[in-house]
Ligand binder design. Sequence first.
Ligand code: TEU
Ligand code: CA
Length: 559
Amino acid sequence: MSNWKERIVYQIWPRSFYDSNGDGIGDLRGVIQKLEHIQSLGADLIWLSPVYSSPNHDFGYDISDYTSINPEFGTMEDFDELVLEAEKRGIGIIMDLVPNHTSDRHPWFQSALSDKNSEYRSYYFFREGVNGREPNNWLSFFGGSAWTGDELSGEYYLTSFTPHQCDLNWENPKVRREIYGVMKFWLERGVKGFRIDVINAIAKAPGLPDKDPHKRGLRFPAELTLNREPVHDYIQEMHREVLSKYDCFTVGEGVLAGTEDVIKFTRQGRNELMMMFQFDLHNLGCGPLGKFDFRKLYRWTVPEFKSVVDRWQLRIQEGGGWLGNYLSNHDQPRHVSRFGNDSEYRRECAKAFCLLNLTLRGTPFLYQGEECGMTNSVFDRADWRDYEAINDYKVLQSMMHLPAFLAERVINKMTRDHARTPVHWNSNKNAGFTSSEPWIKLNPNYRDVNIEDDLKRNDSIVKFYRKVIAFRKSNPVLTYGIYTPVNPEHKKVISYIRDDGNDRMLIVINLTDKQAKIDFSGMQVSNATILLGTHGKRPLLERMSLLPYEGRVYRLSRR
Ligand code: TEU
Ligand code: CA
């Protein structure tokens, strides 16, 4: 795939995108009906979160058949039509590949479970317990032990996420061949690539040893399950067997991957992946155990935010890797609420972050609904739909001894459900998402925040996205240019230069809801031209002031 770095990717979490048949659940025909909107933004690729058959314990990330379509979402004919209709609009479809685990309803696992001698037993990690307990002290990503008991054999099997997602054993060459077969199946149907789920977790430490054996309680086994060397052999094999044979885009989700890991996964010539995501922004203000580790009270500062951005930008470019940049996805609260201001300055803030995401080095990913500045929602406990929220509510009380009302506050701040409320298409009933009851509670603010009404305004966020995407596409420096931070210690404003040897741009964005003064003395300001601004076009001055969430892009003359 040529120019793959220049692609703009729009992520769809289908269950909440658009419901075409009035059952309250978004579906593939819903995506087809909204292709024009996605095209109007300027996206080239749609990443579809999983659409395969699934009992929905983790909403599609627990797959019971890798080569089928979940009937809730439609049929294989609908899927083929989507690929075709998207292609007519110059848009490719990227599938979500989930190679680390299958659903416990998958026929491989069912066979493994029913018969200790099944050849499928070795597709998974079955182990005997130790002293009547789990085989080791590993903590699951979603709280509690990473092991689930099998009553029939008395053994346990590894489930690193929900107890219904059974980890596949990648040491078994048959498992690898099965997954490569799945990839070919979809590529032959015309998809243009994969987002690969927790790809850095597929190689576990041999023997599955305890984490910190002398410590009590469950421990998160990061270095025993993540970023282990054999993962690179597996991906290189995947590249040889599948990726190299197709015109195919890849982005890896490397949960808790550091800069050096991402460089290994993505450096050209290693024949692994094209790009990867980073998680450090989302972990700002979280304790070491991740998003529900409230002990740092989710406090973070703009300089901390900037230093994460700078560190990743600089290190990945030095190391010859490539990033997929994103601020929102289906696993994180809405970024306007998490990192900005979702009340008085919601519109300004949405634009400021749009400008940031689309002017960094890397390939930009957008998440459904962010184009009209969607925010976090308001939930009662009964409104939660995500297993992670429901389970961690219990874990926060039992393991972290948090009183129930505080546990509820923590979940309500960080639950993935915020990203999974239906997209606001208009101000009609159910935000124009469905003609019946949506499967999850709507965000109550849809009358103020929706795509149709936004488009009627002069200060439209959707139109700003269109403009900035078109701007990025017509200025290659924004994709390829070297990133250099300017004023890295400034407490409110992030500013950086992108330079590809032909063109040189300065990006300046106020990340706060206060006015900000910034000093560019020493820079040749007089020859700068303003190209784009969130609040209109103003000249570059040695000393200037930015409004709350104001962002600007200047072209600097070549010296
Ligand atoms: O996410 C992996 C991952 O890092 C998340 O589990 C993350 O720790 C969590 O969302 C923080 O709240 C991928 C998918 O994106 C996610 O939706 C799945 O639940 C998970 O893998 C298991 O497949
Ligand atoms: Ca539907």
